[in-house]
Write a protein that binds this ligand. Structure first.
Ligand SMILES: Nc1ncnc2c1ncn2[C@@H]1O[C@H](COP(=O)(O)OP(=O)(O)O)[C@@H](O)[C@H]1O
Ligand SMILES: [Mg+2]
Length: 281
């Protein structure tokens, strides 16, 4: 076994449901993700959600980020603020600002340079100005953005914009980052940039957790340690009930499929199973 898992939850969702205008969109969403630890490694978590369009991925993500209050149920995270420094603080309900959200378009402030955007992202952190500067500079170097630090969004390449948008969240929020379809519409090079960003996030803090959805099932299997299929369940009469819920979980780390540099035949088998599960739900 190349990893071991502690018993401490980093994200728990209980009986979550959302209605719009009295119409149920998602319901009965329950899952619990644990902190992953690996010997001699800082290891954050990557959790993927896949499913057909309209099944409720973005709706679930808005609840996970605290942007939307669910009709029923709870999203629980460790209470880092009140219990700073403790390894595993007690759980509390998610609040606005606990979780960063990177939208699909990688929206940036038009009138701020990369450096200014990151400075703004850190405005609530209780650090001296010089400490903030040092932190920003280290990240700019690590993320290959040092040479464009004084440029505005319209002077950046697509890849540089993405990294800036992700870095804003890395620097402004706690350990959780939600990315809604971060790979859609990107070319191969930019997909690689975002993949590297995932890796950097996961390797920079034990509790860092990336939650994402994608229609690229190979990428989801390659990047995630846990993968959930969100879809419509099959009723007894064989029809689909048009309310999104979790249909299947693949615990890729327990299956020995996490953290491979290259996908193996076993990964491709899982990719096929996941695709089938998506098609049936
Ligand atoms: N603000 C809203 N008001 C009404 N219906 C909505 C709203 N947002 C999403 N929906 C509906 O909820 C369902 C799930 O949408 P969404 O969460 O965006 O799915 P996904 O991200 O999986 O494509 C869709 O049927 C969509 O039309
Ligand atoms: Mg969506």
């Amino acid at each position: 076994m190349t990893y071991h898992e502690t018993s401490d939850s980093i994200l728990t969702v209980e009986n979550l449901s959302v209605d719009y205008d009295g119409k149920k969109i998602i319901q009965n969403i329950n899952f619990d993700e644990k902190d992953i630890t690996r010997p001699n490694k800082i290891q954050g978590q990557s959790i993927a959600f896949v499913g057909r369009s309209g099944r409720g991925k973005s709706t679930l993500f808005r609840c996970l980020s605290g942007l939307e209050k669910p009709k029923t149920g709870k999203v629980l995270l460790p209470d880092m603020h009140k219990h700073q420094g403790e390894a595993y603080p007690p759980m509390k309900e998610v609040g606005e600002g606990d979780v960063g959200f990177v939208d699909q378009k990688y929206t940036l402030f038009r009138h701020k340079t990369v450096y200014q955007a990151l400075q703004f992202a850190m405005r609530k952190q209780k650090l001296e100005k010089s400490e903030k500067h040092d932190k920003i500079m280290v990240h700019l170097r690590d993320w290959g953005l040092e040479t464009v630090k004084d440029q505005y969004p319209n002077e950046l390449s697509g890849g540089q914009r993405q990294r800036t948008a992700i870095l804003e969240q890395v620097l402004s929020h706690t350990n959780y980052i939600i990315m809604d379809e971060p790979f859609s519409g990107l070319d191969v090079g930019n997909i690689n940039n975002v993949k590297s960003a995932f890796k950097l996030i996961n390797e920079s803090h034990e509790l860092n957790t990336v939650i994402f959805c994608t229609h690229d099932i190979e990428l989801a299997v390659a990047l995630a340690e846990s993968l959930y299929v969100l879809g419509y369940p099959t009723l007894e009469n064989g029809r689909l009930e048009p309310i999104g819920t979790l249909i299947k979980k693949y615990d890729l780390k327990s299956m020995g499929l996490a953290w491979h540099d290259q996908l193996t035949n076993r990964h491709y088998d899982v990719v096929e199973q996941v695709k089938q599960s998506i098609l049936e739900s």
